[in-house]
Write a protein of this length. Sequence first.
Length: 93
Amino acid sequence: MTIAGSIILIMLGAILTWAVEFDLAGLDINVVGVILMLGGLVGLLFGIYRITVTRRAVGPIDEPVHRHDIYEEPEARRTTVYEERRHYDEPPL
């Protein structure tokens, strides 16, 4: 679950808990809202934890890699250039 999805769950749960005045037989909308808010909070904490672990695992780079160490110039290739010449005998109008 992403951080944005967790925030959406928290907002949806808050709306169901405090803004909706609807009754269903055998279902309490307020409890559903609280459950959604708690699920969103758990997802938000897990998403933040996952981001911090990922950033910490990368670590600093010890030595920079220079391009000339890796890349070698290819050998010169022969290329053929085609040139088109047109001669117009008629004068422009």
